[in-house]
Structure formats: C-alpha cells, structure tokens
Design a protein around this ligand. Structure first.
Ligand code: 13P
Ligand code: SF4
Length: 329
C-alpha cells in the first residue's frame, strides 16, 4: 500500500471508490454531510438501512447495510440500534416498523412512495376477498400497511414463488404487480389471480430494446428484475431481486452486463466490480431519488419524519410480514 493510500481519511476512501460516478463539484457538497451523518448516527445509536437503488454517496457513503427489500425487513428485525433511518421508499420504512414496532423508524422524505404501492388499497383487497372467498392473499411487500393488514402472507421478488407454493393451495390472489404475477405464474402450477399494478421504472423496458442491445453487444449478460414485462424477462439470462442481481455479477464476473432495473444500482455494483463492464440504458425511480444526504442528516438531527402506525394496523399487518421472513429466500 502506498503512503498516499495510507493517508486517506475514511471519507476520502469512499470517494476513491465512487469518483467515477460522482463529479468532484458534487463531492465537495457530499463529503461534509457524509462525515456529519456518520458521526451523529453513532452518537444516537441509529442504523442507516439503504435499498440497492440509493445513489452511490448514500449506498457507499453512509449506509450501514445496503440490501434488497427482503433483507432490509430482516435486518430491521435484527438490529440492536434504537433508531432506524430507512433510505428507500415509504413501504420499506413501514415494513421496518412492522418488524420492530418498539423502535423509532424514520423515512428522510415522506413523499418517497411507489407506483405499485399506490395502485391498491386495503378496501380493494377486502373486495377481492369477497369476490374470491377462501382464496389466500399474497401481497408483494411493495404495498401499504393497510394492504398488508388484509394479506395472509407477503413476499418480495426474492421469494415470491416460494411463498406462493408454501401455502399448499391450487389458487392464490397475488397483488399488486401484474408482471411479477406473470413471472410467478410461469414458475409454479398454482393458479394466480392478479391485479393491474405496475412499476413505473420497470414497465418502460421492452423486449425489442433488450434484443437490440444483445445484437450490439455479443456475449453480454442481461439480468432483469421480475417487475419487468414478460418479453424482457424472456430475453434475459437471469431474473431476480436486486440482491440476486448483485450476487450474479459478484459471483459470475461476466465481461459485460446490463442490469435491467433502476439506474443507480448499476453505479453501485460497478464500484464493487471494477472488472465488469456495464451497459446502462436505465430508468430512474423518482421516489427513490427523493432521498438525499441533506434529508438524512435532518432526520437524524431533528428526528423528523417518524413512521407512526396505529396498534390495530400493526397487529394485523405484522403477521403477514413475519410469515414472509420466516419462509426466507
Ligand atoms: P427488491 O426487493 O428486488 O430489492 O425490489 C424492490 C423494488 O422496489 C424494486 O423496484
Ligand atoms: Fe416502486 Fe418501481 Fe420505484 Fe421500486 S422502482 S420503489 S417498485 S416505483
């Protein structure tokens, strides 16, 4: 190790890793915020959980744990910290609160929603249950606590097929992502009754676009999130949760790869896999991008934007999330 490397401060070490993705002018603003956040989170015994779609300065700069939505739920239940700052979207913070109702959970921006979560309400689920009496409800974790309160068991993209099959029934109501429902239906014999929700990020990718990229980049590995339309999944080499996609790159080290998912994730994964070349025609999630370092610091300093759920909702919704984490990946 050179003397120059030894002398780098922890914050400079972070920049060394992500300098390709964060311009120097921006880093000048980020660096003091990162230092402050990392100091205050220790003083307050807070943990920062970040989804894989967060920007590199959050993912590599301040997150204690970066993960997919299943692992974020599990980590929330295991932490010894008093406070959880969820750098992700609203349903992720609510899920963390359901996993550990005794802890304070904060979301740096309460407007960080999700098109899937917005597509269905608890009342909609009640009506579906009336229409299909006795058919169990499996809800994607990308739903509100009200929807989870009407749900038998939640799932994420990491365990959707396993959760559906764990019920040992021939039919389930699967909410709310129609494309994830298609993906599950292709991988199980269980009949799937779906809903018309979509992710505004993944629905934009097309099979035609993927075929063109494959033709222009012979040998490229295409890795897609199961929220993508069926023709995109069919044109891909692998489909899996965000952490499943990261593991694929880490373990297989393909020469060239395209992650068919949210934009920031490719930067985050590239920083950890410098020998892999990335093709990045990707789409931004406007909800995930509502989170930034300034808002994280504000949350930590002033304890604003706490997730509050009434005890009745917690009691009803918690069971479906716990059941999901018990099934695992
Ligand atoms: P993962 O559970 O795969 O991390 O996905 C969450 C999400 O919101 C994808 O759009
Ligand atoms: Fe929701 Fe899609 Fe954004 Fe994920 S990427 S949080 S599913 S809108």
């Amino acid at each position: 190790m050179s003397v120059q490397q030894q002398n780098l401060s922890p914050t400079q070490e972070i920049y060394k890793k992500i300098s390709k993705f964060v311009p120097e002018a921006e880093w000048k603003i980020h660096a003091p915020l990162i230092e402050k956040i990392n100091k205050i989170k220790k003083e307050k015994n807070a943990i920062i959980l970040a989804h894989n779609y967060q920007t590199p300065e959050i993912y590599h700069g301040v997150a204690d744990i970066s993960a997919d939505s299943l692992a974020l739920a599990v980590e929330a239940s295991k932490t010894k910290a008093d406070k959880i700052i969820m750098c992700g979207v609203h349903f992720m913070a609510e899920t963390a609160k359901l996993m550990c109702p005794e802890k304070k959970v904060f979301l740096p921006d309460m407007q960080a929603g999700c098109s899937l979560s917005n597509s269905i309400t608890g009342e909609d689920v009640k009506l579906l249950k009336q229409k299909f009496p006795g058919v169990p409800v499996v809800s994607y974790v990308n739903t509100s606590a009200d929807v989870k309160a009407e749900t038998d068991v939640c799932c994420t993209s990491a365990n959707a097929v396993k959760v559906v099959e764990s019920l040992n029934v021939d039919k389930v109501i699967f909410l709310p992502d129609q494309y994830l429902a298609d993906y599950v239906a292709k991988n199980t014999k269980v009949k799937i009754i779906s809903w018309k929700g979509t992710c505004i990020v993944h629905e934009q990718f097309t099979g035609k676009e993927i075929e063109e990229i494959k033709a222009e980049n012979p040998g490229i590995k295409i890795i897609a999130h199961p929220e993508c339309p069926p023709d995109v999944i069919a044109a891909s080499d692998f489909a899996g949760s965000t952490s499943g996609m990261i593991d694929y790159v880490k373990n297989k080290q393909p020469k060239k790869v395209m992650l068919v998912t949210e934009c920031s994730m490719s930067d985050n994964v590239e920083a950890d896999n410098p020998n892999v070349s990335f093709i990045k025609p990707c789409n931004l999630c406007p909800y995930m991008k509502k989170i930034n370092l300034k808002k994280i610091l504000n949350c930590l300093e002033n304890e604003t934007n706490e997730i509050i759920l009434d005890s009745k909702t917690i009691e009803a919704a918690r069971k479906s999330v716990i059941r999901m984490t018990e099934i695992g990946r």
